[in-house]
Design a protein around this ligand. Structure first.
Ligand SMILES: [Zn+2]
Length: 107
């Protein structure tokens, strides 16, 4: 991954699936806004646009960066997989976090 500010290349471990029961650390990073983040030595922090599925006991949220086509593809994938529960396709990780927090407040 290349920093857009200074061009330095850094290694970033991309996370594309979160099951909070198996990976509570990834969930914590997601909520803290630290997941899939390129943090460069120059100080620039860049959110990477990554497909990410959050799944937790009938609660599925898929992050599909890339516009309407990507969102439709994500929704179609849910339909094809036949999963049931709370399903949501969102464009960004921030939208996933916002949705997750609204769900928690509603419970
Ligand atoms: Zn940099």
């Amino acid at each position: 991954m290349t920093c857009p500010a200074c061009g330095t290349t850094s290694d970033v471990v991309l996370v594309q699936t979160i099951d909070p029961r198996e990976n509570p650390a990834d969930k914590a990073k997601l909520l803290a806004g630290e997941l899939n983040m390129l943090a460069c030595t120059c100080g620039k922090r860049s959110q990477l646009a990554v497909q990410l599925l959050y799944q937790d006991a009938g609660f599925y949220v898929q992050v599909c960066p890339g516009g309407d086509d990507a969102l439709e593809a994500g929704a179609a994938a849910f339909a094809a997989a036949g999963v049931t529960g709370t399903l949501r396709v969102v464009p960004t990780q921030n939208a996933l976090v916002a949705f997750w927090k609204r769900q928690k407040e509603a419970v």
